[in-house]
Design a protein around this ligand. Structure first.
Ligand code: BGC
Length: 801
């Protein structure tokens, strides 16, 4: 398996190299030509097939290709007497989502292939987000691995399982930069940083598509949610986004661009507006940037109902108008919106929409269907129901172990660090509402993951410790006193329809907390498994205004810690929670995110030292909710909290600076942070040239210099360090962040071993957007920091002349 992915990565590099030499080298004028990110979609013979088919299609059949419905929960579109089967037979549907399993997809496909006039196959899509049946850690956890190759492996396994279920299209990866932990969808993202996010986006696309959509184990991706969905004002899901063009291009767009460059076949438009223009009717992002600047040749699908929601955005008086605006802006397929199917034909006939606009959308959709080989292989062999194999489990466990972040591991009185736990029998008290839930391990968007195959932490510890494991739940995830959240919970739970009255009984947490304290007293060490509910506190529509541990969990933690027993806190969350008290008082803290099907085993592997943790957090942990949005790449200010304020009167120096009166500015655990059971030491970084010319770091030029560093494992066990390189541009026409990640490498070292690591720096790393939205490198001095987190202190510098 490993070899296959090494080969894949090599193929991609060669592919890019060939493509680059084609596009860039022959003449620099050719650099002006639109890039061709996916050669299969641009191929002449494929496009000839598209044109030939397009010529045969009626207007209705063309529009049919732009219509997508979810056949998962209903028998036909709301307000229509026709079923999805009827519509498929009429050629009025191009795609279905949420149809589960090969039998069902084949059934619909037979209608399309045998009974519709032109026999155009449907394309079946689904939210395969971190696995289809074999469920891996949530994407935020996967990002904590800083390992795009590992993620490509996850995507490939997911593609195999999705294909077996008749799906050839996944609504993944989500590459929205998320810097605000209040936003529940942070769990689906790769976190706060555009450089890391771009590397991870490439890993996903490569693993799913393998640079070849025709392969029977490749699926088309849908890069989402285009664009800037993660920057919702106040962290409230679906809310408006407002930002400068520079921030859009420099921070939010790079991961989408990286995914498109890696050949992404489709893109999903987002729910939010950007600077007043809804993303689903936004010609600037969908046509100017995506198509003209990036050369995207695939198709754009709207997010669920996002075309109809343009009515709520109030950019048109009726459905017909907003559908026209979405289509003309560049949305080719209407997901579960019902507006393309019902309003476009009349508008073409009346001349309001040129038929060529519809034709173009259809071309883009057919291109992907042809490239996937759906016309030749429309059906899926029916195979026995999924049961995890030893190989699936081994992959899920190894992947999960790479995603678990050791946030803190302080020595406890009279002993060394609490972790790893000694394997000689000790009595362990496992406490907390997340300790015994296999289902929660799967995280949000668990696709077809079945909790019966998932391993809870309790089960995993039981296997290791037998009678030496004690257990107490301690409290519920959320207790009944938070009325708003409870209302939300009852809405999600279909059996309990929403009510304005909160009637749920308040669980008696005081009693169960007291029981947990007694359990802890009987043990040598307590492990507290705390966090959020994956289902209803993280993911879509799950923004939180209070990021503290939910319910009575903090009280539980404090009560157990008060026994004096050493406490290890294991967090299962979809975002960093504000755990300031724990940060100050609990000696060992582990962030496990939602670690997937083998989650319990993987956490136990880390706790007992069978795996030496190597993950680094891809998001900053706040001390308090009020710090959000919190991210390391802060812009400078004239009044920095720790800067030189000597120009101010002495009595003003304390007060008039950029800081909170009641909280520190810094993160509790910063971006890139994560400990190991060994120690790593760094040499001072060295630059290959102290000065480079702008030509040496111009676009299309090989990187003009390298930064190198020696990293040594100075501890006594083998370990893997994620070596991180940050730069600061000290003088630019547009102010630049105080630090920006521009390189990273995972380095595995035996005790005492030293490795030399090199980071190339060129246009991609050093350029930024100026006030004209042009990517430039200007004469300046760059500071460079290398180390094991965004606090990296080893420093060097170089000049660009
Ligand atoms: C989500 C998308 C998802 C789509 C289809 C929407 O509500 O925002 O991420 O792909 O539904 O299920």
């Amino acid at each position: 398996m490993k070899k296959t992915f090494d080969q894949l990565l090599l193929t991609t590099s060669l592919f890019c190299l060939v493509l680059t030499s084609f596009l860039v080298l022959p003449s620099l004028a050719a650099a002006q030509a639109a890039p061709v990110p996916n050669a299969q979609l641009a191929a002449k013979d494929l496009n000839a097939r598209v044109e030939a088919l397009l010529k045969k299609m009626t207007l209705e059949e063309k529009i049919g290709q732009t219509v997508q419905y979810s056949a998962g929960f209903a028998t036909g579109p709301s307000g229509s007497k026709l079923s999805y089967e009827d519509l498929t037979q009429r050629g009025a549907i191009g795609s279905l989502l949420n149809v589960q399993g090969a039998e069902q997809t084949n059934r619909f496909q037979h209608i399309a292939m045998d009974k519709s006039r032109l026999h155009i196959p449907l394309i079946f899509g689904m939210d395969v987000i971190h696995g289809q049946h074999t469920i891996f850690p949530v994407p935020l956890g996967l990002a904590a691995s800083w390992d795009p190759k590992l993620i490509a492996g996850v995507a490939h396994t997911s593609a195999i399982e999705a294909r077996a279920d008749g799906l050839s299209w996944v609504f993944s990866p989500m590459v929205d930069i998320s810097r605000d932990a209040r936003w529940g969808r942070m769990v689906e993202s790769a976190g706060e940083d555009p450089y890391l996010g771009s590397a991870i986006a490439r890993g996903w696309v490569l693993g799913y598509q393998q640079n070849d959509l025709t392969k029977p184990d490749s699926v088309a991706v849908s890069v989402k949610h285009f664009a800037a969905y993660g920057a919702a004002i106040a962290g409230r899901d679906y809310n408006a986004v407002d930002m400068s063009d520079i921030t859009l291009r420099q921070v939010y767009l790079p991961p989408y661009h990286a995914a498109v460059d890696a050949g992404a076949a489709t893109v999903m438009s987002s729910f939010n507006s950007i600077n007043g223009v809804p993303a689903t009717a936004n010609p600037y992002t969908l046509t100017q940037i995506l198509r003209k600047e990036w050369g995207f040749d695939g198709f754009v699908v709207s997010d669920w109902g996002a075309v109809s929601e343009l009515l709520n955005h109030a950019i048109g008086p009726d459905g017909a108008t907003v559908a026209r605006k979405a289509l003309e802006a560049g949305v080719d397929m209407d997901m579960e919106g019902n507006l393309y199917g019902t309003t476009l034909a009349a508008q073409v006939r009346s001349g309001q929409i040129p038929e060529s606009v519809v034709d173009e959308a259809v071309r883009r959709i057919l291109r992907v269907k042809f490239a996937l080989g759906l016309f030749e292989h429309p059906y899926t062999p029916v195979t026995p129901p999924y049961a995890p194999t030893a190989e699936n489990r081994a992959q899920a466990r190894a992947v999960a172990a790479e995603t678990i972040v050791l946030l803190k591991n302080d020595p406890v009185e009279g002993a060394g660090a609490l972790l790893p736990l000694s394997k000689s029998a000790k009595t362990v008290a496992l406490i907390g509402p997340l300790a015994d839930s296999a289902k929660e391990m799967l995280g949000s968007w668990g696709a077809l993951g079945d909790p019966k195959f998932a391993i809870s932490l309790r089960q995993a510890l039981q296997e290791r410790l037998g009678d030496h494991l004690l257990y107490a739940k301690g409290c519920e995830i959320l207790s009944g006193n938070d009325a708003n959240v409870l209302r939300h919970v009852s809405f999600i739970d279909q059996a309990n329809p929403p009510s304005s009255e909160v009637t749920e009984a308040v669980p008696d947490d005081a009693k169960t907390i007291a029981e947990a304290v007694e359990t802890a007293k009987k043990a040598d060490v307590a492990i507290l498994a705390l966090g959020e509910s994956a289902d209803w506190m993280t993911g879509e529509a799950s923004s939180r205004a209070h990021l503290d541990l939910p319910g009575h969990q903090e009280q539980l933690l404090e009560a157990v810690a008060a026994t004096g027993k050493p406490v290890i806190l294991v967090m299962f969350t979809g975002r960093p929670n504000a755990i300031k008290w724990a940060g100050a008082h609990i000696p060992a803290i582990v962030e496990a995110w939602y670690p997937g099907m083998e989650g319990g085993h993987a956490v136990a592997d880390v706790l007992f030292g069978d795996v030496n943790p190597s993950a680094k957090t891809p998001v900053s942990f706040p001390r308090a909710t009020g710090q959000e949005p919190l991210y390391y790449a802060q812009m400078p200010t004239g009044r920095p909290a720790h800067g030189d304020l000597s120009h101010l009167p002495t009595n003003a120096q304390e007060k008039f600076m950029s800081r909170y009166l009641d909280e520190d500015n810094s993160a509790l655990f910063p971006f890139g942070w994560g400990l190991s059971y060994t120690r790593f030491s760094y040499s001072q970084p060295a630059v290959s040239k102290a000065q480079v010319s702008r030509q040496d770091v111009a676009e299309g030029h090989a990187p003009g210099l390298t930064v190198s560093v020696d990293v040594r494992n100075s501890g006594s066990v083998a370990g893997t360090e994620v070596v991180q390189l940050y730069v600061r541009n000290t003088s630019a026409s547009v102010e630049q962040p105080l630090r920006e990640l521009k390189g990273f490498a995972r380095v595995t070292l035996a005790p005492g071993e030293t490795k030399h690591v090199e980071f190339p720096l060129g246009f991609d790393e050093l350029s930024f957007y100026n006030v004209e939205s042009k990517r430039v490198v200007e004469p300046t001095t760059y500071k460079v920091f290398v180390g094991g987190s965004s606090l990296a202190s080893e420093e060097t510098s170089f000049q660009v002349n």
